[in-house]
Design a protein around this ligand. Structure first.
Ligand code: HBI
Ligand code: FE
Length: 312
């Protein structure tokens, strides 16, 4: 998940150890592309156990919730409950199918570095894993989010091409100063996208698929809006990085994303540079609304009241 924070020179807080870009200049790896060795042998039994807990929790939740491509990709990959996956093993299978690789990074990397990797079909995955006392955390992307959430979808040819195109578009958008528009597309598709399958609404976004609570909330809670995906609409819509989304955008097929891939994201975003932006909870008359959300969850958060629709 992309939790962008400016790099800061502040000392590393004692409790939440920061990684990658968030950890400041001292944490910058030697290699210019920010890659590091995964260091698979250094994972402790306790770290593998955190993976196992997270893996089993999500594996139980995702049947009937994750989209077919996710389930199919997961099945074909060397990802299991018992150990944190080895990126070299993942890359072998992934490379054969869609030409992608998984490379290890210490955490968030600078935008241009991130895009450069994607444009070359390399997915940068954090090599660290969250602490047992923060299983549901919304922090930086760790190995569970990056591998469990993202890698299965990269086995799908349409997603594989789409994310590469996003990387190329990102590099251009950055030069044009319209990165915020592009980042919203990534957020509302790759991270928090839903897809309408013939047998029902399903998850394809990694931020949802790797979250126990959001994989239920995004599909079943009455609170959020669920709106048909539209590229321009999404480019203009702000998002939340600190809580569940107030709106999810729904695609009809992965081919719909593939159709966006040849679009030159950069100049397209530039056209929209001066268009007004929408708030996360806005519903427009032009929207194809699948579910009009009650907004109850975020309202309760703002007023400090208890959210009535208890999550299972
Ligand atoms: N770095 N490791 C990592 N993972 C991300 O998802 C990521 C990143 N750097 C920048 C970034 N995301 C986003 O801010 C861009 O997609 C805009
Ligand atoms: Fe992510």
């Amino acid at each position: 998940m992309q939790r962008s924070e400016p790099a800061s020179a502040a000392p590393i807080p004692a409790i939440h150890h920061k990684h990658g870009l968030a950890a400041g200049e001292g944490a910058r790896p030697d290699r210019a592309d920010w890659t590091i060795d995964q260091g698979w042998r250094r994972y402790t039994p306790a770290e593998h156990a955190v993976w196992k807990t997270l893996f089993e929790r999500q594996t139980q939740l995702l049947p009937g919730r994750a989209c077919d491509a996710f389930v199919d990709g997961m099945k074909k990959l060397p990802i299991g409950a018992d150990r944190i996956p080895d990126f070299l093993e993942l890359s072998e299978v992934l490379d054969e199918r869609t030409g992608w690789q998984v490379v290890a990074v210490p955490g968030l990397v600078p935008d241009d570095v991130f895009f450069e990797h994607l444009a070359h079909r390399r997915f940068p995955a954090g090599n660290f894993i969250r602490k047992p006392q923060e299983l549901d955390y919304l922090g930086e992307p760790d190995v569970f989010h990056d591998v469990f959430g993202h890698v299965p979808m990269l086995m799908n040819p349409a997603i594989a091409d789409y994310i590469q195109a996003y990387g190329e578009g990102g590099l251009r958008a950055q030069k044009l100063g319209v990165l915020d528009k592009l980042a919203r597309v990534y957020w509302y598709t790759v991270e928090f996208g839903l897809i309408q399958q013939s047998d029902g609404l399903r998850i394809y976004g990694a931020g949802i698929a790797s979250s126990r609570t959001e994989s239920v909330f995004s599909l079943q809670d009455a609170s959020p809006n669920r709106i048909g995906f539209d590229l321009e609409r999404v480019m203009r819509t702000r998002y939340r990085i600190d809580d569940f989304q107030e709106s999810y955008f729904v695609i009809d097929s992965l081919a719909q994303l593939l159709a966006l891939a040849p679009i030159d994201f950069g100049p397209f975003a530039e056209c929209l540079a001066d268009a007004p932006t929408f708030q996360p909870a806005d519903v427009l008359v032009t929207d194809r609304v699948l579910t009009r959300g009650t907004g109850a969850y975020h309202l309760a958060r703002r007023t400090g009241a208890q959210h009535m629709n208890k999550l299972t």
